[in-house]
Write a protein that binds this ligand. Structure first.
Ligand SMILES: O=C(CO)COP(=O)(O)O
Length: 122
């Protein structure tokens, strides 16, 4: 199982808190992330493959994995109250998830529901 995790700055703490709730299951899951999200997650003691930071192309790298069907799920905690210079990349990632029917959770409530369902399969 391979899951991509991405969080905008205002949501990084929520992402770490979310993942720590699933810590006992994460040994069975490969995590990939955008750069800065990944460094927060690493600091919390979790293993993650980090791509570039989002504004430098990290969303696009994760979209490439989604297009190649390498991902079982994308968790993308977007900050709807902030502006992002790379908004086209954000939209592109979400579009690619829809094109390839990859589960995409954009907030913790959705992520919890999807994670709980996915974990029943491993
Ligand atoms: O900008 C992001 C997603 O669009 C996240 O990138 P970082 O994890 O590098 O902050």
């Amino acid at each position: 199982m391979r899951i991509a995790i991405i969080a905008h700055d205002g949501k990084k703490a929520e992402m770490v808190a979310f993942l720590l709730k699933y810590k006992e299951y994460l040994e069975k899951i490969e995590l990939v992330s955008t750069g800065t999200t990944g460094s927060h997650v690493e600091k919390a003691g979790l293993k993650v493959l980090r791509y570039l930071s989002g504004p430098l192309g990290g969303d696009a790298q994760i979209a490439a994995e989604a297009a190649e069907k390498k991902l079982d799920m994308v968790i993308f905690f977007r900050d709807p109250l902030d502006k992002h210079p790379h908004e086209p990349d954000v939209q592109m990632l979400m579009r690619i998830c829809d094109v390839h029917d990859i589960p995409l959770a954009t907030n913790p409530a959705a992520a919890r529901l999807m994670m709980d369902t996915l974990l029943k399969r491993i």
